[in-house]
Design a protein around this ligand. Sequence first.
Ligand code: SF4
Length: 247
Amino acid sequence: MRTCSEQAFFLRVINVKNDLIEKRLAEAKEELENLRNFPEEKLAGIIQEIGFKCELCGRCCTKEFNDYVFLLDRDVAIIKEIEEKGLVPAPYPEFCDQKGRFYGSGYALKTKADGTCVFLEAGRCKIYGKRPTICRVYPYMLHREADAKGAVAWRQLSGLNKHGSYYSKLGKAECKALAEETKDYEEAYLLQLIHFFEALKSHFRKKGLKHVQRTYDKRMRAFLNGKLEIEIFVYCGGGFESQLLKK
Ligand code: SF4
């Protein structure tokens, strides 16, 4: 699942310029091309080699283990049907306009006060049959990420050696299906991001808005300190939904 510490987040946002949307859009498109060029058989081979087996510890459904669970548009529709209050704007919205309104690429699953997912009950997922796409493919993933030393490389398994067991015998067909599903999720995620950047570009152009980093940093800091309620426009179903958020 996609994670990001608040500190890393600030380092990242401080380094960006005003043409941020364009830059992020180009990066996402490049990532999509890289992903499409990654051979599926190679991923299936890695999955087979790792032999991960879930031990039902339930840790992956907690904030402590996975900062947040990002939802694809298709998952949002299902979660809204099950429990309207089961989602929140994904943390770390990407942009902020000159009026102090934030913009984010999607929703995330809500967590309880103890940091566990709202759908986790007695260590089990109570919406298992309808769980979001990322919960189905987890812990597999296929995207490039920097390690603690900043070296960027492809990552295929989240939480290596921190949960589950390894070197189980997995069948070829099972690994192929897992690789296919994982690649499909990553592609859907990048497409959602690309559509978000494109919609935002057009929205900003039409309304005469721009991303202002200083406003972003100031308001985000006040929000994280619990001093400010912020408005976030969440990208969903091709448009933006306004949400008010308090820490
Ligand atoms: S929806 Fe289910 S599988 Fe996904 S994080 Fe919540 S409890 Fe875990």
